[in-house]
Design a protein around this ligand. Structure first.
Ligand code: SF4
Ligand code: SF4
Length: 287
């Protein structure tokens, strides 16, 4: 695998062990001296840094421009409303009422361009932060974190993805689900590791994630977590779809306990360090 390859770790739903795989894979890669960086794109609940002894380096605010309409200058011509593709402008001509609905606004600027009366200015709306951490010498973790109350983490994720270092392997801890935040993250990856569980719910979510990846022409492999639970449907599905099974992680109380204490199993158990190193080699082979 060439340096600069980007690997997303994703799952169709939360709680499948995606963060466990992301953090331990990162630890196993850098533990062998290979360069890597980890970007936590799970911007609604980022927690990758909890597993490392990190030092915060810098943080920047991600904002979006939101138009502000000065009713005193407005002629109530309605042009801004016509130009808005997102129905984000509430407009009642007869009642002379006009208002931008922040939650629907995409900050495209079309209304400002359309207004001939100079009635529209812009304000910056804070969406979230992108923070750089160092976990040991030159090991960079980037965290996307959306501010509570915002409707979508996509812009914050996009800003975090801009920090990907093309000279090293980049791991993306993707947001759960298969909607826009997931698609934006896996679109930036060369390969996606889908973490799933061998249960009917796990298989249903896996199918959604595979469908979303196929739609954008992205390759993937699977890690089955809590192997030994449930039935064999997940394995039959992977075989039928030609999706490589990259790794199986057995249901193990020790792993769950270690994780809940903020420990990395690749630090505390040499067998698992070797297993995650093998996972990295298997991903390479599949690339
Ligand atoms: S910036 Fe774009 S999305 Fe927002 S109100 Fe103006 S035209 Fe609509
Ligand atoms: S385009 Fe300008 S003047 Fe016309 S309704 Fe919108 S804000 Fe008012």
């Amino acid at each position: 695998m060439r340096a600069g390859m980007t690997i997303a770790i994703a799952s169709g739903k939360g709680g499948t062990g995606k963060t466990f795989v992301s953090t331990n894979l990162f630890n196993a890669i850098v533990g062998e001296g290979d360069g890597a960086m980890l970007i936590d794109c799970d911007a609604e609940e980022p927690d990758d840094t909890l597993f490392f002894n990190v030092k915060r380096v810098c943080s920047r605010e991600v904002t979006q421009k939101i138009p502000v309409i000065d009713a005193g200058k407005c002629t109530f011509c309605g042009r801004c409303r016509e130009y808005c593709n997102y129905n984000a402008i509430f407009f009642l001509k007869e009642a002379r009422r006009i208002k931008v609905m922040d939650d629907l606004c995409h900050g495209c600027g079309a209304c400002s361009a359309a207004c001939r009366s100079g009635a529209i200015s812009e304000k910056e709306k804070p969406l979230g932060t992108v923070t750089d951490y160092l976990a040991g010498e030159n090991l960079k973790i980037v965290e996307a974190r959306m501010h509570p109350g915002n409707k979508s983490p996509v812009e914050v994720i996009r800003e975090a993805l801009k920090e990907a270092d093309t000279a090293v392997t980049v791991l993306l801890d993707a947001p759960p689900g298969t909607s826009c935040p997931f698609v934006n993250t896996v679109s930036a990856a060369d390969f996606t590791v889908l973490v799933t569980e061998p249960t009917p719910f796990g298989v249903a979510d896996l199918k959604q994630a595979v469908k979303a990846l196929k739609n954008i022409g992205k390759r993937c492999g699977a890690v089955v977590n809590k192997a030994g639970m449930g039935d064999g449907e997940v394995y039959a599905y992977l075989k039928a779809e030609g999706i490589p099974l990259l790794m199986s992680i057995p249901f193990d109380r020790n792993i769950a306990e270690s994780c809940s204490k903020g420990e990395l199993i690749t630090d505390t158990d040499g067998r698992w360090k070797a297993e995650f190193r093998k996972l990295f080699e298997t991903i390479r082979e599949n690339l």
